[in-house]
Design a protein around this ligand. Sequence first.
Ligand code: ATP
Length: 460
Amino acid sequence: SKVTMEKIVSLSKTRGFVFPGSEIYGGLANTWDYGPLGVELKNNVKKAWWKKFVQESKYNVGLDASILMNPQAWVASGHVGGFADPLMDCKACKARFRADKLIEDHFAKHGKEGVVDGWPHEQMEAYIRENHIKCPECGKADFTGIRQFNLMFKTFQGVTEDSSTQIYLRPETAQGIFVNFKNVQRASRKKVPFGIAQVGKSFRNEITPGNFTFRTREFEQMELEFFCAPGEDLEWFDYWKQYCLDWLKNLNMKDASIRSRDHAKEELSHYSNATTDIEFLFPFGWGELWGIADRTDFDLKAHMTHSGEDLRYVDPMTNEKYVPYCIEPSLGADRVTLAFLVDAYEEETLEDGSDRVVMKFHPALAPFKAAVFPLAKKLNDEAVKVFEMLSKEFMVDYDDSGSIGKRYRRHDEIGTPFCITFDFDSLEDGQVTVRDRDTMTQKRVPIAELIDLIRESQAF
Ligand code: ATP
């Protein structure tokens, strides 16, 4: 039978991957808390990203910038400019308008009275459609839906009300990278092409959050800003697009679960040379997982203009001075964790007719890398020694309750790749029974070889 969101939400709660936020107070809409297994899973996802995008990349370095930034940064990024405005684009000429202004102009022209302030988006869209309001630029009457640009959370810095300044919680991690471009380049002595990677929380007052952790107002992003010479951008765009796809596939994401969708020229934002969305087939349909964009020199140039700082790069070979182009692969940590949860979920009927739910996580992502079971209570003291040895290297569980069969089922359901049973023979031969999650086959393994066995399974 098929995986549904209900099954994922339910398993997440009962097994401790994800709980509803503030539950004892009746919750807070669209907030979720990662439980003991969820925090392991999500940390493993972030570690796997960092490993490939920073540790193993000869181009990239890491950064951890603060969530709170000088509000001018958000003016430069464009997040403050269209602030609070219900914007719509003309599909024909790409001009952008405030929907409320278009309607007010229409009112004025026809001598009508009315207040658009506070109209729901649907009402504005319907009014524009029904009255055949035309684009003031090109005269066509074909607009996109309204997009709300008031996405930023406001807060106050400073203790007393009159001395406090209004600031924002960042709606993306990228700007922390752009403002540090010069610092990082100088300190790390990186030459273009190079990238800066960051993992951190972002906040957006989303209009339609939902689908569990797919879209929330507080979420974590894993972003890379990769700087290259103008003219080399499309090549690097292809490079990172493939790199991202490989990352997902190497972590066992199924081919049938992902697709990449290149944006058509008309869809591209005005500053972008190329954009691709890597999408995942969630139970509720295809959803964007990873946005990969060639952002040209748009961001660095904007920060140059607003800060007055010269953010140009000097090529040490040619002494040429230029603003690098930027490729941005941006991935939601929560969203891709949800995708891994969905993709791993399997229901199987076994040979004896019984059913099992098994989470087929790549071992690098599995919350527990192994579980140690004493066959009998008497064996606890010796079995605990195996747990203590392994837990110095990996996240492992120790489980001594219920039949071995029950313990297998429990660990199948949370995706533990290896179940290690310590039995009476183990006292004599120094070997344990290792049962494989996916094949359910069992083999005897010397205790001294367990660490290598688990370590090998972690490669991707
Ligand atoms: P969407 O169209 O889904 O709102 P977006 O195009 O606004 O996404 P970006 O700004 O490109 O998204 O953000 C990059 C990535 O961050 C997305 O691909 C997604 O994985 C993640 N992300 C964005 N918004 C959210 C959110 N509200 N909740 C969870 N993850 C998010």
